[in-house]
Design a binder for this molecule. Structure first.
Ligand code: NI
Length: 136
């Protein structure tokens, strides 16, 4: 669905705008409109992550030690149970003691959260990070 572009005028503290401009330029944005749109989508997504019936897309980044007993088998079997929301998985053998698995998901927040919880219960997980985006 193509949406129309509208112009708005907003009031905000001068130093907030200054800090925003500094950060936006540092990460490569040239125009404020684009940077604010990205920030707004982040704001919406963050809020939607607490709404269990909301749908969206995301990635779950898992860092773990492959030497931990049964961890690879367990992570794989859990993913088989969530094949309706998992679109793909990328596995990178980082080094001797670290694997990075990135699971791309699409579905409702409730299912994604359940998957994250099950994955995080495995011993050997060093880090688990979810990046959820509400498609707007
Ligand atoms: Ni590996």
């Amino acid at each position: 669905m193509k949406s129309n572009v509208i112009r708005i005028s907003i009031s905000l503290p001068e130093n907030l705008l200054h800090n925003f401009d500094v950060v936006m330029k540092k990460i490569g944005y040239k125009d404020r409109s684009k940077a604010i749109q990205t920030a707004m989508i982040g704001f919406i997504s963050e809020n939607e992550w607490s709404n269990e019936s909301s749908k969206g897309v995301g990635s779950i980044g898992l860092l773990y030690n492959p030497h931990n007993r049964n961890i690879e088998k367990s992570i794989t079997l859990i993913q088989h149970n969530y094949n309706k929301i998992i679109t793909s998985t990328i596995h990178i053998h980082l080094d001797e003691n670290n694997c990075l698995e990135n699971i791309i998901v699409r579905g409702d927040v409730k299912s994604i959260k359940r998957l994250v919880k099950e994955l995080s219960e495995n011993k050997g997980i060093k880090s688990i990070k979810v990046n959820f985006v509400k498609v707007v």
